[in-house]
Each structure stands twice: as structure tokens, then as C-alpha cells.
Design a protein around this ligand. Sequence first.
Ligand code: CP3
Length: 358
Amino acid sequence: MLIPNDHPSHALSESSYLRACKRQSVEHVPVWFQRQAGRSLPEYRNIRGSGSILEAIADPSLAAEITLQPVRRYGVDAAILFSDIVVPVNAIGFKVDVVPGVGPTVDEPFRDRSDLQRLRILEPEVDTPYVLDTVRILVKELEIPLIGFAGAPFTIASYLIEGQPSRTHARTKSLMQSEPTIWHDLMERLSDIAIASMRSQVLAGASAVQLFDSWAGALSATDYKKYVFPHSQRVFSELENLEVPRAHFGVGTAELLSSMSDAGADVVGADWRVPLDEVRRRVGPDTAVQGNLDPAVCLAAWPVVQRQAREVLRAADGQPGHIFNLGHGVLPETDPEILERLVELVHTEGLHPKPLTP
Ligand code: CP3
């Protein structure tokens, strides 16, 4: 399926973010921040109030405003939709709360085969119309691309099985190893949900998509290949005909980077553990890289942030196909002024192919 000519992505063909995703030359390295909309912004805390984040997401004018706040303040090269990876599963009735300071929690976690019936097909226009309304408001307002997203089947499965954020993902791994048939059925349903959700966001006007497999790094490369890769690969292949860049991100994925690239992503996001020159070697020449400043560094004084950001640019080496980002989300304690200065630094020093002063 081709995107129609009046689709916003056509007007954005000169976007540095979209060009970098396609490994085309850019005037300056594009930059955006994972979790750029959020608690580090005073204007976010003011407007958000104390209700559940899921309520804020269900209010399109509020969600659109929150998406725009970091765009105005930082001058980033892409906006990311204000939503959450658990929105689709919650919307089809697999009840998930998002507890402030904790993350997604599930009162009745996924336990056995009978729980599969709690995961029906997502009908985005019916189940999450507010998400699509938010996208439609945003594409009218924005002059930069909007990134849509979904949680990857493994990361969503982990929340549904553990019932809460988990360090070990022990129940998830146990189900995966001991009940492979249930596991693959579960992953198939979650893949269908991710595909339907991202497809609907693109048809509503999003210019790119990112699949967040935040916790895939908990797996060995062998288990990733066997239990996760085929599903994430199907997600990417079913989005191919939309002809928008598809990014793939996880934390602690050093040993998975080549598989995450092979899954069909146009862009692979990496955390801070592997320098970008090595990330490039692992993802191969046909994939763009995104990252990878340690978000904790942004809590330090500016000269430290400056030094580390220059190090990221040095490792990226002015080669086409680099999108500057943090290695994970903005930490809530981050001073917004640091991120403002970071965008300016990337735009002035991340030139292609300008040599950097140390
Ligand atoms: O700015 C953006 O990146 C866009 C919005 C966005 C949110 N969540 C808003 C949010 C995006 C892209 C996400 C994705 C998401 N949600 C991921 C993948 C990215 C990653 O961080 O790895 C994950 C794992 C989740 C699950 C989740 N939701 C967590 C772990 C938390 C944090 C809990 C906390 O309070 O510390 C949430 C809640 C959440 N989602 C917040 C925001 C801004 C903070 C809570 C709030 O403001 O109420």
C-alpha cells in the first residue's frame, strides 16, 4: 500500500530525521529524546494534574499539547506521540494500570492458556479512537515528523505475565521455556495488536514508527532468536508496505543488535553500553543507528554532558544514518536546560562530515 500524496510524510521529505532514517545525507544530525514529553518538564507537571496517565492519553487535546511541549522547548527534529505501550492491551480489556513511579501493573496477570481469550484483536478506530484523534490534531500542527509507536510483543508479554515491572523477568522466561505453544500464541496475539496499532497511527498521519522492546535485553541471543525474533520480524514485515521508517529499540541489547536489525528495522536504537561505531558494525551497513547518550549523564553539569555528547558524535563519525538520542528515556530529574543545550550542540557540531574538536 502506498501512502497517498496528501499524506503529511510527503510534505516532510526534507526532514533531517526521516532522511537519516533512510541513511541519506543531512545538513545536521537530527535529534529527539525518548520520553521527551514527561516529568522533567514543569509545563508537563502543570498540565498533567494528578489523574492516571491513561486518562491524560484518552484526552486528545491534552495528549497533543503534551506531545508539543518538548517540540517547542527543545527544537527537536521529531515529535513522539504522547501515549504508552500498554494503551492497546488495556483498551481491549486486559486491565493494566500505570502506577506513578512504578510503571504498568496488572491485577490479574497472564497465567495460562485460558488468559489468551483476554487478548482479542485490536480495532484501533473503535478501541483507541482518542489515540488516532491525537495523531490527527498533531499532524496538522507539526512541521516535523510524528513518531508513532507500540510495545513489542516480548516487552508487553513481560508486563502481562509479571503483573509489574520486573528485574529478572523470571515468570516470563519460565512460561516461555515450559509452555512454548502458549508462549507463541501469546506473542502472535501481541504482534497482531502492535501491527494494528502502528498501522492505524501511520494511516492517521504518523511519519515513522518505533517498536519498543525495552526489556528484550533480559534474554540470551539464543532465546531471543527462538522465542522473540520471529514475532518482531513479522511485525516489521507487515508494516513494510506503509513505506515509513521503522525503528527498533531495546535496553541492554548489545548481544541482540544484529538480530534486531535482521528483524527488518530501518533504524536500530541502542543504549549507552556499546559505542555507536560498534553498534554500526553489529547492525550492518543497511540500517541506521539511533542513540546513545546515557540519560544519567544529563544529570551532570553541562561540561560533562558536552564531553559525553561529543563522544557519541565522534563514534557516529559523521556517517549518514545517525539519529542522536539518549540510550533510554529522559530521567525525571533532568534539567530541561541541559536538553535544550544538547539539541543546540548536536545541531551545530553534528555536521556531516565535520571533524570535531575534542
Ligand atoms: O515522550 C515520550 O517518549 C512519549 C510518551 C511515552 C510514554 N511512555 C509516556 C509515559 C512513551 C513512548 C512511552 C513508552 C513506554 N512506556 C515504554 C517504552 C520506552 C521505555 O522507556 O523503555 C515503557 C517500558 C513504558 C511503560 C511505562 N509507562 C513505564 C516504565 C512508566 C514509568 C513509570 C514512572 O512513573 O516512573 C510509564 C508511565 C509513563 N509513560 C510516564 C510517561 C510520561 C510517566 C508517568 C506519568 O507522567 O504519569
